[in-house]
Design a protein around this ligand. Structure first.
Ligand code: BV8
Length: 275
C-alpha cells in the first residue's frame, strides 16, 4: 500500500479505464453531514430506520421531515473543489474512459457540472420526487423548500426535533391523486435501478477498469461497496481517498488521507499528496 503520488499519477495517466466510487465524505466539506462518524447524520436520525419503505409506510410524516431537512440543508450547500475536480476530469477523460458512481443524493455533483453518461447516481436524488404508489409512474424534479408548508424547517432548527406532521400536510401525487409523493431515492431493502446496474456491469466487463478511486465512503452499503473489489479481482488497482484511512484499505494500492476537497483539488486531479 503506498502514499506515493508519483506512482499514482503514472498509473492514472496510463489507465485506459478509470472508475470513481464516491460517498458522503465527498460532500463533507460542503457542510453535508456524513452518515457515520462524529456528528454523522445517522447519529442523530438513524437513517437505517428512516431510509426504508417500512418507515415511510409506518410514519410518512417522520420520514418526510428527515428528507425535508436534508433537502433544505443541501439547497444551502455549494459543490466543493472535489466535486469540481471530478467534473473537470470527466471533461478531460470523457466516458467510457472515466465513470463516476456516486452514492450521494445531495445534488452537489450535478451542481458542479458533473452529468451525462460520465456519472451514475446509484441512490437517486433528494431533488426528484415520485408517487409512492408502485403502479403510478409520476415523477418530477423538485427543488421547492419546503415542498409543503407543513414540512418547513423552522429557522435555527436545521437539525430539528421531530414534530407530528399529519398526512394532510404531505405532498400528494397530482397524477393519480391517491398516492403520496416520496423522495426518489433508493431506500434500504429497495433494488437499485436495474438498467443502471446493467450499464455499470457491462462497462466494467467490456474493458477491465485499470484504476478504481474510492472517495469518501465507508464502503458499508452494497452494491456500491462491491465495485472496488470487483476491479481488484479483475487485475485493476485501487486508490482510497478518505479523511480517516486508519480503518481502510488493506487491499488498496494507494491510500491518500485527507479531506476529499483538499486531496483531489490541490493538483486538480490527479491527486495531490497527503496533507
Ligand atoms: C439492495 C439513499 C437488493 C437514501 C442510501 C437486508 C435486506 C435488504 C437489503 C440488505 C439487507 N442486508 C444488507 C442489505 C443490502 C443493503 C446494505 O448494503 N445494507 C448495509 C447497511 C449492510 N443494501 C440495500 O438495501 C441496497 N439495495 O441491496 O437491493 C436487495 C433488495 C432487497 C433485499 C435484498 C437485496 C440499497 C442501499 C441504498 C440505501 N440508500 N442512500 C438516503 O440517502 O436517504 S445509503 C446511504 O448510506 C448513502 O447513499 C451511502 O450509500 C450510505 C452511507 O455510506 P457512505 O456514503 O460511505 O457514508 P459514511 O458516513 O458511512 O462514510 C463516510 C466516509 O467518508 C467515511 O469513510 C469517512 O471517513 C469519510 N469522510 C468523512 N469526511 C470526509 C471523508 N472523506 C474525505 N473527506 C472528508 N472530508
Amino acid at each position: 500500500m503506498s502514499k506515493d503520488l508519483a506512482s499514482f499519477h503514472e498509473a492514472l495517466l496510463q489507465s485506459k479505464r478509470v472508475l470513481a466510487v464516491c460517498g458522503a465524505g465527498l460532500s463533507a466539506s460542503s457542510g453535508i453531514p456524513t452518515f457515520r462518524g462524529a456528528g454523522g447524520m445517522w447519529r442523530k436520525h438513524n437513517a437505517l430506520e428512516l431510509a426504508t419503505p417500512e418507515a415511510f409506510r409506518k410514519d410518512p410524516g417522520l420520514v418526510w421531515q428527515f428528507y425535508s431537512l436534508r433537502r433544505h440543508n443541501a439547497l444551502k450547500a455549494a459543490p466543493n473543489a472535489a466535486h469540481y475536480a471530478l467534473a473537470e476530469f470527466a471533461r478531460q477523460r470523457p466516458f467510457p474512459e472515466f465513470l463516476t458512481l456516486t452514492q450521494n443524493v445531495d445534488g452537489l455533483s450535478e451542481g458542479a457540472g458533473h452529468k451525462g453518461k460520465s456519472v451514475e447516481f446509484l441512490h437517486g436524488s433528494l431533488f426528484r420526487v415520485r408517487c409512492a404508489r408502485s403502479w403510478c409512474r409520476y415523477e418530477r424534479f423538485d427543488i421547492s423548500d419546503p415542498i409543503t408548508p407543513a414540512l418547513a424547517v423552522p429557522e435555527g432548527e436545521e437539525d430539528g426535533a421531530w414534530r407530528d406532521v399529519p398526512i394532510e400536510g404531505l405532498p400528494k401525487c397530482p397524477e393519480c391523486r391517491t398516492g403520496l409523493l416520496r423522495p426518489a431515492v433508493v431506500w434500504f431493502g429497495e433494488e437499485l435501478d436495474s438498467q443502471m446496474l446493467k450499464r455499470i456491469q457491462q462497462h466494467i466487463a467490456r474493458d477491465p477498469v485499470d484504476l478504481c478511486i474510492v472517495i469518501g465512503t465507508s464502503g458499508t452499503v452494497y452494491p456500491a461497496a462491491g465495485y472496488a473489489s470487483q476491479v481488484k479481482a479483475q487485475g485493476g488497482k485501487v486508490a482510497i481517498v478518505d479523511i480517516d484511512c486508519s480503518v481502510r484499505g488493506d487491499d488498496a494500492d494507494w491510500l491518500f488521507e485527507g479531506d476529499a476537497a483538499r486531496v483531489l483539488y490541490l493538483s486538480t486531479f490527479p491527486l495531490s499528496d497527503t496533507c
